[in-house]
Design a protein around this ligand. Sequence first.
Ligand SMILES: [Ca+2]
Ligand SMILES: [Ca+2]
Ligand SMILES: [Ca+2]
Ligand SMILES: [Ca+2]
Length: 336
Amino acid sequence: MTPSLLLLLLSCGACFQNCFDPALPTDDNNDDDKPDDPEPIDTGDPKDDTGPLPAPPPCSFPEVEPNNLAGDAMPITMEAWACGTLLDEGGTTGTDNDMVEFTVNDTGWISLWARGEDIGSFSDLDMTVWVTPEGAEDYDELFLPDASPGSTDPRMNFPVEAGDTVRVSIKDRRGGEGPAYVWEFLATSEKEAPIVCAAEEDETAGGEDNDVVSRAAQPLESGVILCGDTSGVDLRDHYVLTVPEGSTTLRIRTLAWQLGSAMDTTLVLIDPAGEARRTVEAADLVRDPEIEYATTDAGEWVLRVEANNPRGFTLAGWYGIEATIDTVAPEEPPAE
Ligand SMILES: [Ca+2]
Ligand SMILES: [Ca+2]
Ligand SMILES: [Ca+2]
Ligand SMILES: [Ca+2]
């Protein structure tokens, strides 16, 4: 691909941004060209307040090809936009792979966001992430995030350590045929965790793990958000719901994908006899399942929280579960 063609495509990307995203500023003095002088946006100083999110493009890190292989990943910094175009070497289809890499400055949660659809592209962006701890020989964590609420653009949050190297691959999921899709990417440091936990999972509360119904031991308290994790090979967690005598409505909600977890959750509600009464899987557009179930069967019910990620396991499989147990006590028999 010639440099002039790349410039033309990047210019198209800028046009997409300004035409389709009214939230983005327009710069009348700068036409629709990418800036010639990329400068990372330094928001490291809290006094340097640019608002809740770093300033949107201009792009601080226009991609430099070749960047298809891990060793060629383009170095970038957090809090600054990178951008590029998915175009194969022949310049005709979108089978490109673009990789960026950065080092984490502060321990805590980070957010990764790859934009395509949001800026007017018909791409279906795919983001794969590797995290390598400082001094490690190779990555030890692999995330497979997917779309985010309201968009096919992947966006996710997960905790990291200072010194970690994060490498990100951006592709079009459909691959093969297609126009030259533009993308933008931003990594930001989150000031707070995306979820507030009132209780934490105890994986071994009932034995070696909580992977089967018979080892369900940890109670879910009504109205309390419990945070758990299904990362790696730990794909199932079981909890106890104690249903008293009377007419009870169980309401269970999941807080995961909507907050940036890579987890696709399946909930299974199991009665005291061990029979599954209700199973709700992640839907395409809403991947955090909810259950509302009425029963008069008192006893120890079990809730299974299962990672059912269509693209395999992830190490960003964190979740929150909130169960409420509403019971109307049985009527007292009339006095003699
Ligand atoms: Ca590219
Ligand atoms: Ca590339
Ligand atoms: Ca677990
Ligand atoms: Ca488990």
